[in-house]
Design a protein around this ligand. Structure first.
Ligand SMILES: Cc1cc2nc3c(=O)[nH]c(=O)nc-3n(C[C@H](O)[C@H](O)[C@H](O)COP(=O)(O)OP(=O)(O)OC[C@H]3O[C@@H](n4cnc5c(N)ncnc54)[C@H](O)[C@@H]3O)c2cc1C
Length: 592
């Protein structure tokens, strides 16, 4: 076996261990890859319970009032700091511990309700929403999910009240996208009472202002020469903790303190191990599921703000004796933005509800939400910037800041390329395993196995011939719903064909993976939009029905999304991949 093959085997083994140790539930995304529409995951459109809705509205009013008084996003950006009075305001209004249980001082909010609060913050200031996310969505998350009762009682109350701040430290020089490649070591002491941590973390939000950090480090696997990642609770007052750079100067979200720190022979008591020894990567990925969901909410809020700014300007700025909003090329941007925002909000709500319902394994859905909403926000900011023209380019325009701020979203918490490939590969695993089983058993001489293979083959065929139903209540939506069902069916055929055509090499064919993942993302988005519109048309939406323009926005989204799916699937059969890759290879070799 050569080095590349050894590395591949290692990665597959790690991914298997990480992703597939639990029961394999057929969720929405995995269902799509099997040609099914798992309606129960998206329909009926989730609603916040009446009692919590009241509490949420009260909280939102308080948060809005506090933000009006304490938050000046330009100042946050200019001063590259989130002022203490704003942090205190977030703490006072419960934002810094909103989903923590009441017994630890939190508000006990559901993820859906919390997303509404983050949408509000995200619509105003990306620095503030990223700060909040780093503390609450990921900073204290491992403790909330994996902490023992004693750990929660000891650590949570000051963090939930905002007296202390939290950070989540996974990234290192050698562990960026390749998160499993953490090099920081945690060596157990001879008496087992503590671990000695050595290593360096970089790009960590809140590192320099946090009193508690969840740090990922490598621990030995007992009885072998291997190591595995474990999560530790670390405090910056531990001897050996050294802040190398408290605030790395950066392009956007300047109010956040992004830091770099080292740990040199730092002693951490064994009581600070979070979750099971050697299961830190699972801890990290579960934590990121929450982070990616609130990412969706923040991006939705920011995109809504873009639309507001675009409409304001398009209705007031006149050129050629017309307002900008009278030109079709401006309308095109505004219409598309409204359509995308409708979908972003629907997807965020549905994804958050999966967490609230305690469903198993929604990693694909959170990954799709993150990629979809961050890409759409980037387009929304760019389009709004364009509508504002030259004025957007100057430092006194909020758009200049918003453009800088939005750029991190496609990179942070898993770059969109890595997540796109992940969605395709994990999604294809179900049908892929079945094909492998069919192929393997067909080659065996035993009758029983051949029968099994035949059964599996019939299964696949069965999934392939049936168009799944997309159950809607309103007549107006039936045609669109059955169109989506047919697309799911076509998608399943395309996935099967790709698996048969390319076999194992598909694991490296990212251009094929991208089309498959993008189709799945559009189908997820469309499913959420149909679900939301169906409930609004019945007058049972969260706000009692649809708002002006929202029905057209939903209709437009569905038409555009379906067209994109057809294009992605069509491109699987005819494309420039070979030439594109050859060109890139030639250029890379020349420069190399
Ligand atoms: C402002 C900011 C705040 C952050 N906050 C935190 C934090 O609080 N905690 C934390 O742990 N980390 C944090 N990060 C780190 C962030 O998660 C990483 O930057 C991110 O995971 C990417 O890692 P990297 O920067 O090393 O890029 P690399 O891994 O070097 O990747 C660079 C690019 O290469 C491409 N790429 C990489 N791998 C693949 C692949 N397999 N297939 C195709 N393309 C690929 C992608 O386009 C990617 O963007 C933060 C980063 C920033 C900039």
């Amino acid at each position: 076996m050569n080095d590349a093959e050894i590395q591949r085997q290692k990665e597959i083994k790690e991914a298997e261990e990480l992703l597939f140790t639990g029961p394999e539930a057929l969720g929405f995304a995995k269902g799509l890859f099997q040609g099914r529409f798992v309606a129960d995951w998206a329909m009926p459109y989730p609603r916040i319970q009446a009692a919590q809705q009241k509490e949420l509205e009260q909280s939102l009013a308080e948060v809005r009032q506090m933000l009006d008084a304490e938050l000046d996003p330009s100042e946050v950006d200019r001063e590259a700091d989130i002022p203490r009075k704003l942090i205190d305001g977030l703490a006072r209004t419960g934002v810094l511990g909103m989903t923590a249980p009441k017994e630890f001082g939190g508000r006990g909010f559901t993820q859906m309700a919390y997303c509404k609060v983050l949408e509000e913050i995200g619509s105003r200031c990306a620095s503030t929403s990223v700060f909040t996310n780093a503390h609450h969505s990921i900073g204290i998350r491992a403790l909330l999910l994996f902490g023992t009762r004693e750990q929660k009682e000891k650590w949570l109350p000051p963090l939930v009240s905002g007296q202390q701040l939290a950070a989540f430290a996974l990234t290192e020089r050698e562990a960026g996208s390749d998160a499993a490649n953490v090099q920081t070591t945690a060596t157990p002491s001879a008496d087992g009472s503590h671990y000695v941590l050595n290593g360096e973390k970089r790009y960590i939000t809140n590192a320099a202002i946090a009193q508690v950090l969840t740090v990922m480090a490598r621990t030995p696997v007992p009885g072998s020469d291997k190591t595995a990642i474990t999560a530790f609770l670390v405090t910056p007052d531990m001897p050996g903790f050294e802040m190398l750079e408290a605030r790395m100067p950066k392009l956007g979200i300047r109010g956040t303190a992004t830091g770099r720190f080292a740990m040199k022979d730092m002693v951490v008591p064994k009581e600070n191990v979070l979750g099971k020894l050697g299961k830190g990567l699972r801890v990290a990925l579960t934590v990121l599921d929450f982070g990616r969901t609130t990412f969706g909410a923040c991006c939705t809020g920011a995109a809504k703000n873009c639309l507001r700014l675009a409409v304001e300007h398009a209705n007031t700025r006149r050129q050629f004796k017309k307002t900008l909003g009278e030109f079709d090329l401006v309308k095109k941007k505004i219409g598309r933005m409204a359509a995308d925002i409708y979908a972003m909000e629907a997807m965020t709500t549905v994804t958050a509800s999966l967490i609230d319902r305690g469903l198993e394994d929604y990693m694909l859905e959170t990954a799709m939400l993150k990629v979809f909403t961050t890409e759409r926000l980037w387009e929304a900011v760019n389009d709004t910037f364009q509508i504002h023209g030259g004025g957007a380019y100057f430092n006194d325009s909020p758009l200049e800041r918003m453009l800088r701020d939005a750029r991190i979203n496609q990179i942070g918490e898993g770059s969109n390329e890595v997540l796109t490939s992940f969605v395709a590969l994990v999604g294809m695993r179900g049908p892929g395993m079945e094909f492998k089983e069919i192929l393997d058993t067909m080659l065996k001489p035993w009758r029983q196995d051949r029968m099994k293979a035949l059964g599996a083959g019939m299964n696949r065929l069965g999934a392939a011939v049936k168009v799944p139903g997309v159950p809607v209540k309103t007549d107006r939506l039936r045609a669109r719903a059955s169109e989506l069902g047919r697309l799911v069916w076509k998608f399943n055929l395309a996935v099967n064909r790709a698996l048969i055509t390319y076999r194992e090499p598909i694991l490296d064919m990212q251009l094929v993976q991208e089309r498959i993942a993008n189709s799945a993302m559009e189908m997820f988005a469309s499913g959420c939009v149909i679900s939301r519109l169906d409930s609004e048309l019945q007058g049972i939406g969260q706000n009692g029905g649809s708002t002006p323009g929202s029905q057209q926005a939903a209709e437009l989204f569905l038409r555009q999304s379906f067209a994109r799916i057809r294009r992605f699937l069509g491109d699987l059969n005819g494309n420039d991949d070979r030439l594109l890759l050859a060109t890139a290879d030639a250029v890379l070799a020349k420069r190399g």
